[in-house]
Design a protein around this ligand. Structure first.
Ligand code: PLP
Length: 490
């Protein structure tokens, strides 16, 4: 493809994207294809000769789009949102066009400098203490691929710090602390690093949030066994129920009794609520500012920015660099040697990196802080109206109080049968309910398990969801729920 062919093809691709967004509301949320559909439709090998762009674009429309689950659909309520915006898309497009792995300052000064500035913009928008700002030159922010990468990076830095403070500690005695509600990345990090992971118990009466007291008892117990907990991953907005660990409480326990324990706050989903001053108390800003060693907020979930953009801040950048800096001759630069610039390759696991700050810059400029806040508040208000519907319903019940833009509920039989229904029967009923709701294609939601109770999650956040989509979802869930209770096939 030459430049003029690209110009034409590019315009066509943008037209397709616009058509896609115009038609999104009328599409089923879930792909209507069977496993293996694409392998059957595609040739076994790449073509020997290059094909015209028109043929490729036509196959994209014919073969790929039907196999997509539409995460940007306004009736997508599953998992957590990946709210994408045109500003973000354009950022990604321009970033692809420069195809620049900006791993150090010299590799493209704009990549490093924009990221450093935009992460400070985000830190200010979230009310983070100045220590976390790049400008402070003490801590700082970097955009990682995912929250899993952010947590893994934090664990590596925490391990290095701990081993420096406690030389001779056997690796097999190190323990990563999570809670039973932490995202599965905690266990995965343990697998990757070959380290023990302990999931601390949290209680229903605390709405599944961790308290300092539980942490303190666990550390003392492990110390008695000769084990060395070195990091706690606390969560603001857990995946299952949106629980918010008491960061201030656990932070105070750490500071007072176990100062070697690194506190990483995973606010991958709910961290964006820090943008709204009235939500900062719930989102534990004070605890984060006072006690967190690191924090992660995914802009690519509920933050209007196309995947991937996981914002990661550390209180002390030297701890990261100390753990991750390996500088062979071929990566040395004058400014790097002088320490006058940020070399982001030392702030994460990979070397090459995408120019992600461009899309975040476009989003923050396009929406402004007020536009960003308005969107977060709108999602929470839409979720509140969904939760009101569940509360008023005769066939559903909330399992936990709604958290930000997430409601967790379940179908319950009417009063006459509820007393006799066992947990297994209720779980089976709700599993059937989720499966039946998923066959409706007009919406998508998913299930979770909280303390052996099978529940249904309803997460608002797709950028184009309006009140009508919530009303439609309530109507559809009511119909499906009534059918399930009556034992009828939907
Ligand atoms: N943390 C929380 C609370 C999540 O809900 C998720 C994913 O949904 C993750 C972390 C993992 O995010 P990522 O895909 O960016 O690793």
């Amino acid at each position: 493809m030459d430049i003029e062919q690209f110009r034409k093809a590019g315009y066509q691709a943008i037209d397709r994207i616009c058509d896609y967004y115009y038609s999104l509301n009328d599409k089923p949320v879930v792909a209507q294809v069977e496993p293996g559909y694409l392998r059957r439709a595609l040739p076994e090998s790449a073509p020997e000769q290059g094909e015209p762009w028109s043929a490729v674009l036509s196959d994209y429309e014919k073969l790929i789009v039907p196999g997509l689950t539409h995460w940007q659909h306004p009736s997508f309520f599953a998992y957590f949102p990946t709210a994408s915006t045109f500003e973000g898309m354009l950022g990604d497009l321009l970033s692809s066009s420069t195809a620049n792995p900006g791993f150090n300052w010299l590799a493209s000064p704009a990549c490093t400098e924009l990221e450093s500035v935009v992460m400070d913009w985000a830190a200010r928008m979230f009310g983070l203490d100045r220590t976390f700002h790049n400008e402070s030159k003490v801590g700082g922010g970097v955009i990682q691929t995912t929250a899993s990468d952010s947590a893994l990076t934090a664990i590596v830095a925490a391990r290095t710090r701990y081993l420096e403070q406690h030389p001779g500690t056997p690796l097999e005695a190190l323990v990563i602390y999570v809670t039973t509600q932490t995202h599965s990345f905690g266990k995965k990090a343990g697998l990757v690093l070959g380290l023990r992971v302990r999931a601390l118990e949290v209680r229903a009466e605390d709405h599944w949030a961790l308290r300092g007291e539980t942490l303190g008892a666990a550390v003392e117990e492990d110390h008695r066994k000769g084990l060395h907990p070195f990091i706690l991953i606390a969560t603001v907005g857990t995946t299952s129920s949106g629980a918010v660990d008491h960061v201030a409480d656990v932070g105070a326990t750490i500071k007072e009794k176990f100062p070697s324990l690194w506190l990483h706050v995973d606010a991958a989903w709910a961290g964006v609520t820090l943008a709204c001053p009235e939500l900062r108390e719930t989102a534990q800003l004070a605890g984060i500012n006072e006690y967190a060693d690191s924090l992660c907020v995914n802009f690519h979930k509920w933050g209007l920015t196309n995947f991937d953009a996981s914002a990661f801040w550390v209180r002390d950048r030297n701890l990261l660099i100390n753990a991750l800096d390996i500088t062979p001759e071929y990566l040395r630069t004058k400014h790097g040697d002088e320490g006058t610039v940020i070399d982001y390759r030392n702030w994460h696991l990979s070397l090459g990196r995408r120019f992600r700050s461009l899309k975040l810059w476009f989003v923050l400029r396009g929406f402004g802080v007020e536009g960003f806040q308005a969107y977060i508040r709108r999602c929470i208000s839409l979720n509140n109206s969904f939760a009101d519907y569940i509360r008023a319903s005769a066939i559903f019940e909330l399992i936990t109080p709604p958290s930000f833009a997430l409601s967790v509920f379940r179908l319950r039989p009417d009063a006459s049968t509820s007393e006799s229904a066992s947990l297994d029967e209720l779980n089976a009923l709700n599993r059937a309910f989720v499966a039946a709701a998923q066959t409706q294609h007009g919406i998508l939601l998913t299930q979770t398990d909280i303390d052996n109770v099978l529940c249904v999650r309803f997460a608002v956040g797709a950028a184009r969801t309006e009140v009508g989509h919530i009303e439609n979802a309530c109507k559809l869930l009511e119909e499906v729920g009534m059918h399930c209770l009556a034992g009828k096939k939907v």
